[in-house]
Design a protein around this ligand. Structure first.
Ligand code: ADP
Ligand code: MG
Length: 263
């Protein structure tokens, strides 16, 4: 077979295998290989690296889009000096994502405005950047989804979605008491993820001792906490709301924010 035929077949193979990024770089890299007298393995390495890098970046972008995170808050943007009750070393350890690989949970507790959601999103972004599939929901949204799914007889689909994520983030547990059906659904969700050894991050303005207040009965609250805490790290944040403090410092009127005003 002539070189031209080989070339055409290679292009066709790449197209057929949907190696789009490699195909796009094929001509420039063939030229470069000839010009610099590179080996065939060098060429293969270059092409496959480009394809894998592009695919990874596409996956990360898609996962970010589907993640449901409400804002992009990074761990780098978190001011640890302003919140000394947050152990930086623990957050740095969590940022290695070892907890995720080991299927451990993270609980972030503390009053409103102290950075719970910020830290949860920061860890979520780390997971997304490493190629993980994540799903971020407030408890309120989870319950609404469960109600809609129940009406349409599609609860099993919601459970599958919630289980598929490598990391599930449940934000704002404790703002409202739960109906029995909703509490049961929450327990099932956490229990399924626990059984599958998949990580969940939970934020709550309630301490563990107060969790029974939001559950219709103690047994369910204890069972849920049991699953969540079995393999877990807890960040207990104390102190003032970050925004409130900022306002105090800048002399702006306080409690302009509804969330803060209610805390
Ligand atoms: P919570 O979820 O605990 O109610 P948030 O994470 O929503 O609080 O924080 C409220 C706001 O203050 C957010 O805009 C967040 O980015 C910011 N914030 C809170 N703590 C810090 C911090 N230590 N460093 C930087 N920003 C912070
Ligand atoms: Mg929050």
């Amino acid at each position: 077979m002539s070189e031209a035929v080989h070339y055409e077949r290679v292009r066709e193979h790449f197209e057929n295998l949907k190696l789009d990024a490699a195909l796009h770089e094929l001509d420039p890299l063939l030229e470069k290989a000839a010009r610099e007298e590179r080996s065939p393995t060098w060429l293969l390495d270059q092409l496959l690296t480009i394809e894998r890098t592009t695919r990874f970046e596409r996956r990360v972008a898609a996962n970010l889009k589907l993640s449901g995170i409400p804002a992009k808050k990074t761990l780098d943007a978190f001011d640890f000096d302003a919140q000394p009750s947050v152990p930086k070393a623990t957050v740095e350890e969590l940022a290695t994502l070892r907890f995720l690989r080991q299927g451990q949970n993270v609980l972030i507790l503390g009053p409103t405005g102290v950075g719970k959601t910020h830290l949860a999103i920061g860890l979520t972004l780390k997971a997304i950047e490493s190629g993980h599939r994540v799903y971020f929901l407030t408890l309120h949204d989870l319950i609404n989804k469960a109600r809609v799914a129940r009406e349409k007889n599609r609860l099993h689909i919601l459970h599958t979605t919630l289980l598929r994520a490598d990391l599930f983030i449940l934000d704002e547990v404790g703002f409202q008491p739960l109906e029995r059906e909703d509490a049961t659904f929450l327990f099932e969700t956490i229990n399924k993820r626990y059984a599958a050894q998949k990580s969940t991050i939970v934020t709550s303005n309630k301490s563990y001792g107060q969790w029974h207040e939001i559950f219709p009965d103690h047994v369910l609250a204890v069972a849920l906490l049991d699953r969540l805490l079995h393999h877990s790290t807890t960040l207990n944040i104390r102190g003032d709301s970050y925004r409130q403090r900022h306002r105090k410092q800048t002399g702006l009127p306080q409690a302009m924010n509804v969330e803060d005003a209610m805390s």
